[in-house]
Design a protein around this ligand. Structure first.
Ligand SMILES: Nc1ncnc2c1ncn2[C@@H]1O[C@H](COP(=O)(O)OP(=O)(O)OP(=O)(O)O)[C@@H](O)[C@H]1O
Ligand SMILES: [Mg+2]
Length: 245
């Protein structure tokens, strides 16, 4: 059984088919890349999986159980966490509080405040933010704010983590660190779906890549299969394949 599966997942905004009849799956332990041109429907698909939006029509299954119609907090407690393309942190709160919120309110079995603090300290170290634990989140660099969202998401103890462009705008050193972080998350036992435009990262760490274009799935395969797909090259890679170099 797949960890996550989508069947005919669709959503329309007025006349725009933002996501259209997309079948997909994610297996436990994978790092799956979700790529495609701007406006392809990638973030919208994350919004559908995390229940910010409801598919119409279509079905989303987590470990074989239908999850559409649930509330976002229920999805979180079932083990799906996410980050946001435009970061959504609690800016005036210290970084560590942002993570503690994940620990305290995310998991089904809530932690005590002491356990939450301990976990937040460990997660800040895990994402490389121990030095700024007490700083207001808004004072962190954008790249650190993205890491903070990763820590907060991990604090909810997900089985599946959805990362929406955590590598955008990073320099080469930061990019390698971010790739390393995603591999470390996988080693921790968390399955990852990552939206990225940075091809170096996608090709370097993904086990499988799903490609969207105008809301439709136009590719699904290993990095090599996708890189060699004529359709994918035509609509996306032709232009973007150098983007991460
Ligand atoms: N809530 C909404 N209401 C109306 N249109 C929307 C809404 N959310 C997304 N869209 C539209 O749906 C399409 C897909 O948007 P989406 O944000 O999913 O693209 P994306 O693949 O994440 O692009 P990018 O790489 O630029 O982040 C776009 O045309 C967008 O304008
Ligand atoms: Mg997006």
């Amino acid at each position: 059984m797949h960890l996550l599966e989508g069947k005919g997942v669709s959503i329309h905004f007025g006349g725009l088919a933002a996501v259209s009849d997309v079948d997909f799956y994610v297996d436990e332990g994978e790092i799956v890349g979700l790529i495609g041109p701007n406006g392809a429907g990638k973030t919208t698909l994350f919004n559908l999986i995390s229940a910010a939006l409801e598919p119409k029509p279509g079905e989303i299954l987590l470990k074989g159980k239908r999850i559409n119609g649930l509330k976002p907090y229920q999805i979180c407690r079932l083990g799906i966490a996410r980050t946001f393309q435009t970061v959504k942190i609690f800016g005036s709160l210290p970084a560590i509080e942002n993570v503690r919120i994940g620990s305290l309110f995310g998991p089904l079995n809530r932690l005590s405040t002491m356990e939450a603090t301990k976990e937040a300290i460990e997660l800040l170290e895990f994402v490389g933010l121990s030095d700024v634990a007490s700083a207001p989140a808004k004072d962190l660099t954008l790249s650190s704010q993205k890491r903070l969202e990763v820590a907060r998401a991990l604090a909810t103890r997900p089985a599946l983590l959805l990362l929406d462009e955590i590598m955008a705008g990073l320099n080469q050193t930061e990019l390698l660190e971010a790739m390393e972080l995603v591999k470390k998350i996988q080693k921790r036992g968390v399955t990852v779906v990552m939206i990225e435009h940075v091809m170096k990262a996608i090709m370097g760490i993904c086990d499988r890549i799903i490609v969207l274009h105008h809301g439709k799935k136009i590719g699904d395969g290993t990095p090599q299969e996708v890189a060699n797909s004529k359709t994918v090259i035509e609509v996306y890679l032709g232009e973007a394949s150098d983007a991460g170099d």
